[in-house]
Write a new protein. Structure first.
Length: 232
């Protein structure tokens, strides 16, 4: 089984071969990638990258394309939002779940909305990985409580892809304190393979010490993401 080396992410424009400029969802048949959402439902996502993207030297965080989702049963499509380049070789979408609207983190009003939101969702796209993370606070804003060292609830779905063999996903529920780490409440796995042998290999891999290390790193990363977003 050839798993992607997650420490060495490839260029975003190579992600699953789906880089297209100005995709017309009515006239073209783009490549949709299946993924598991935080509630365990299977959906599909399209990452339409701007092939003419040129990094800028301004203070603004650049957009590098758009993300779309499609319901598998109804085939209905909707725009998820602009993909931002927050870190090298990683694209991100941020959604304010209080208003169910995409946040433009170059706008001061959206930065303020993020800081005061009681629930927001963060997507990360990179080579071999699609991750969605919901940050939620029971009272007041997520960032206010996090910076006050109060518990923040996190539910995440991390999809790990093999080249052409399928994928598996983890759904993680936990609570996080800024200065004391994370407390895991629930961890579940989903496997999506056409080949039984590949699925068996994936199940063995997720039971290995190597994957436990990857999972621990992912947990730490999710806490860092929250810290970064609350500092924007």
């Amino acid at each position: 089984m050839k798993f992607i080396n997650f420490a060495l992410f490839g260029a975003l424009l190579l992600f699953y071969g789906c880089a297209k400029e100005g995709i017309n969802l009515q006239k073209e048949e783009p490549l949709w990638t299946p993924y598991i959402k935080e509630n365990g439902a299977k959906s599909e996502i399209l990452l339409a990258f701007d092939t003419k993207f040129i990094p800028n030297n301004t203070k603004n965080i650049p957009t590098i394309g758009n993300a779309y989702t499609k319901d598998i049963k109804s085939q209905s499509k909707e725009k998820l939002g602009h993909i931002y380049l927050l870190a090298r070789a990683k694209g991100n979408v941020i959604i304010n779940l209080d208003t169910n609207s995409t946040l433009d983190i170059n706008l001061e009003k959206d930065k303020a909305a993020l800081q005061n939101s009681s629930s927001f969702k963060f997507y990360e796209f990179s080579s071999g990985l699609i991750e969605s993370i919901v940050f939620k606070s029971d009272k007041q804003g997520v960032c206010l409580n996090f910076l006050s060292n109060k518990f923040i609830n996190i539910t995440s779905a991390t999809n790990y892809y093999l080249r052409d063999d399928g994928f598996f996903a983890t759904i993680l529920e936990m609570s996080v304190l800024k200065d004391r780490g994370a407390k895991i409440k629930n961890l579940s796995f989903f496997y999506d393979f056409n080949d039984d042998a590949k699925e068996k290999e994936a199940r063995n891999f997720t039971a290995s010490e190597k994957f436990k290390f990857l999972l621990s790193q992912d947990i730490k990363k999710q806490a860092r993401i929250l810290s970064t977003l609350c500092a924007i």
